[in-house]
Design a binder for this molecule. Structure first.
Ligand SMILES: Cc1cc2nc3c(=O)[nH]c(=O)nc-3n(C[C@H](O)[C@H](O)[C@H](O)COP(=O)(O)OP(=O)(O)OC[C@H]3O[C@@H](n4cnc5c(N)ncnc54)[C@H](O)[C@@H]3O)c2cc1C
Length: 435
């Protein structure tokens, strides 16, 4: 059986649905998702009235983000909630206000010295691209040394790197990328949480695709991307062939060669895909029978460096009335996630630090979920994989096959990369179609 579509999308994660929605305005879209639900690494699970995002899930710049821009463009905007004050729990047991960039936060907080921090932030704000560019290849640790950054400000910036670019490792976190991200935060504000969690975002995109006559096929793993004479013709799903004018893969590029024959690509490209370093880590979510803390911003732990927040303090509807949902992420090295004993250690140490800060969890716990993730973000933002070194949307010598998602192109970090890559790839596809 052969079916013909304008756009065939492999993967029903946020990138597949986001791009599918944009393209559904121009032709027939079909999305193939191998699992029984959409969402991929941002999927939402509902349990006993708790709506659990897939671990901590905020959206940098909320309505100003690439995701926010697309929702607005298709007339399916959602409400974004701005978090309140953030807090840092230090290894000496103290709790301090974590400044998110506003002058007043820096005045109020003694996590960092006021004068020096303000001067540094002003300096960062004024840096132009010429000054920033060479710093993309410089690690945060080297930059701390070059600039003689005070230890307290180092701690603050490393916490910021852990949250903003999911990289708590100063030896490889890209200084240029972090400074650019800080500039964007100073200009556009920080992360937001979607009202009702991530479910409404998926619903908006899914509804738009279906309203435009598109299809989303669950339990449908693509087993092969079909290429003929250097041009992509379609995909194979079980024994069926689906032909399409443009084929878009949204699966992380590390997995691309599970469905694409290597013979079509250059070895340098294959190696870059396979060796791309993702971020990894451990997530712990707690469902509680009542609210035990009123913190409505981010929560940082200094050691082990990790962070979290309380989604139900921002959007009450993600937990049953009167109940509370907390979520925490400890970023770990991808190699460590492959070793069972190390993972166990990471998890236990992490859980202990959460309980030290919030001992009330113990007596109010209804349910707890742990996730051990070999991939959090498709690409770790580091000195080798910063935005100027990332893969693009096309493959040399293969026409009509596009790559999208959080392992490809895009500025920013984490989900940002995915959302910006979707909008950039959408533009490129449309440009190609119109020439
Ligand atoms: C714990 C955690 C916390 C995070 N926190 C944040 C955050 O705070 N902010 C943020 O912006 N981002 C965050 N992220 C990152 C964000 O979730 C990802 O960037 C995003 O979900 C990636 O979406 P994607 O569609 O590009 O890829 P994926 O979600 O990986 O989607 C790919 C889809 O393809 C499907 N698939 C794979 N192979 C096949 C096949 N052969 N055939 C058909 N389907 C296939 C998969 O099942 C999957 O659904 C977080 C991620 C995690 C895991």
């Amino acid at each position: 059986m052969k079916e013909i579509y304008d756009y065939i999308i492999v993967g029903g994660g946020i990138s597949g649905l986001h791009l599918g929605a944009l393209l559904s305005r121009h032709g027939r879209v079909i999305i193939f998702e191998r699992s029984d639900t959409v969402g991929g690494r941002a999927k939402v699970i509902e349990k006993d009235g708790f709506k659990l995002d897939y671990g901590i899930h905020l959206i940098r710049f909320g309505p100003e983000s690439a995701l926010g821009a697309s929702l607005l463009e298709i007339n399916k905007s959602i409400s974004f909630i701005k978090p309140g004050r953030s807090w840092a729990f230090l290894k000496n047991g103290e709790r301090k206000l974590y400044p998110t960039g506003s002058l007043m936060d820096i005045v109020r907080s003694d996590l960092v010295p006021f004068g020096k921090t303000i001067r540094l932030l002003l300096k960062i704000k004024k840096m132009d691209q010429k000054k920033l560019k060479p710093l993309y290849d410089t690690s945060l640790a080297d930059w701390y040394q070059q600039e003689n950054i005070l230890p307290k400000i180092q701690t603050y910036l490393t916490m910021t790197s852990s949250a903003v670019q999911v990289n708590p490792f100063p030896n490889r976190s890209s200084a240029g990328e972090l400074l650019k991200n800080i500039q964007r935060v100073l200009e556009m504000g920080s992360a937001y949480y979607p009202q009702g969690g991530w479910g409404p975002i998926f619903n908006q995109f899914e509804n738009f695709i279906l309203e435009n006559g598109g299809k989303i096929e669950l339990n449908s793993a693509v087993t092969e991307i079909l290429i003929e004479n250097g041009s992509c013709k379609g995909v194979k799903v079980r024994d069926n062939i689906f032909n399409g004018s443009q084929i878009i893969s949204t699966i992380p590029v590390q997995e691309l060669f599970t469905i694409l024959d290597e013979k079509y690509c250059e070895s340098q490209f294959i190696n870059k895909c396979k060796n791309l370093r993702p971020t990894a880590g451990v997530v712990i979510d707690f469902c509680l029978d009542e609210q035990i803390s009123d913190i409505d911003g981010l929560i940082f732990f200094e050691e082990p460096l990790s962070f979290g927040f309380i989604p139900s303090n921002l959007s009450k509807d993600v937990a049953p009335e009167g109940k509370s949902l907390m979520t925490f992420l400890r970023v770990a090295n991808v190699e460590d996630m492959k070793n069972k004993d190390t993972v166990k250690e990471i998890y236990q140490e992490f859980r202990k630090v959460i309980f030290r800060a919030f001992p009330e969890i113990e007596s109010h716990l209804i349910d707890e979920r742990s996730l051990f993730l070999p991939m959090v973000d498709g690409v770790e933002v580091n000195i080798k994989q910063h935005q100027f070194n990332r893969l693009g949307h096309t493959i040399k010598n293969v026409e009509k096959l596009w790559l999208v998602g959080d392992s490809v192109g895009g500025e920013g970090a984490g989900g940002d990369v995915g959302h910006t890559s979707v909008r950039e790839c959408y533009k490129q596809i449309r440009r190609k179609e119109n020439t």
